[in-house]
Unconditional design. Structure first.
Length: 288
């Protein structure tokens, strides 16, 4: 009997480890899903409603903790914020989930699977299978969050910010008026237009679609205004829709103009350092 039970403990231990860390039969495990998710992406809610990836991560962590406590004899009743903890620290949320998983893994091998869970009509065997299923269920929700059209749009906006941060850094104010030739926009005119584009994104998302023309203010003021408008989009908690059209319109346009700024830098004698953007870590946070 002991041998059979211990073998079952080992099977559950294996399944829990696969669900959390990887090599699960179904696909990505919890931390494989979370890999590469930035703090801003983790906080975003598709359509501005429901639970974010950070919310789900903390919820999963709370139930991993509860399972470990229940095996130890604590009823571990989760209500309100105990069930859905408040976020705000993405790295801390991931660390909490990882620590909770490790603590649970540590007790599974010697857990009495036939013991009743305090205050419940089921035993530790069903508790552990339940928490594994619960973890994978919410990991699946996280995958849908990452793959949503709005999630892709927000990542593209983050890419604009990342590339713009490279294109706008390390040039003197006089670069703003550099003239490459007749009919070619100056850098400060391009940056003013970038601000117009992201102001338009919010107008479209709010349903007005109003276009506002911005006057050129001068290099430093234009750059500051661009970051202000980009940050307003990044911090917008409503629904950015229609996501596909926002991507193909103003956001794609913005990427084009950031590329033009890179070309003008080279012509003006301020070439950018080359970079493998495929390997870049993109965040939708404002770039300084």
């Amino acid at each position: 009997m002991v041998t059979r039970l211990m073998r079952e403990n080992h099977r559950i231990l294996d399944q829990l480890r696969r669900a959390v860390y990887g090599e699960a039969w179904h696909g990505d495990a919890l931390f494989e899903v979370l890999h590469g998710v930035s703090a801003e992406e983790a906080k975003a809610k598709v359509g501005g409603v429901g639970h974010s990836i950070e919310d789900l991560t903390l919820h999963v962590a709370a139930w991993l903790e509860a399972a470990e406590r229940r095996i130890g004899g604590d009823p571990a009743i989760l209500l309100g914020e105990a069930d859905w903890p408040e976020g705000g620290d993405w790295e801390g949320a991931k660390e909490r989930a990882r620590f909770a998983a490790e603590r649970l893994l540590d007790v599974v091998e010697k857990a009495d699977l036939d013991a009743a869970v305090p205050g419940k009509a089921y035993d530790n065997y069903h508790l552990l299978h339940g928490v594994i299923q619960h973890t994978l269920y919410h990991a699946g929700q996280m995958v849908l969050q990452k793959r949503s059209p709005e999630g892709l749009l927000r990542h593209a906006i983050g890419a604009v910010g990342y590339r713009a941060g490279k294109a706008l850094a390390g040039v003197p104010p006089e670069f703003g008026t550099f003239a490459a030739g007749a009919g070619v926009k100056t850098p400060e005119e391009l940056v003013a237009h970038l601000a117009e584009l992201f102001a338009w994104v919010l107008e479209l998302a709010n349903g007005t679609g109003r276009w506002r023309r911005f006057e050129v203010l001068g290099w430093e003021a234009d750059v500051a205004r661009f970051w202000e408008k980009l940050a307003a989009v990044e911090e917008y908690r409503g629904r950015l829709a229609p996501a596909e059209r926002l991507l193909q319109g103003p956001v794609a346009d913005a990427l084009t103009h950031v590329g033009q700024l890179g070309m003008l830098r080279r012509l003006a004698g301020y070439p950018m350092t080359s970079e493998n953007y495929f390997a870049a870590t993109i965040s939708v946070a404002k770039k300084d």
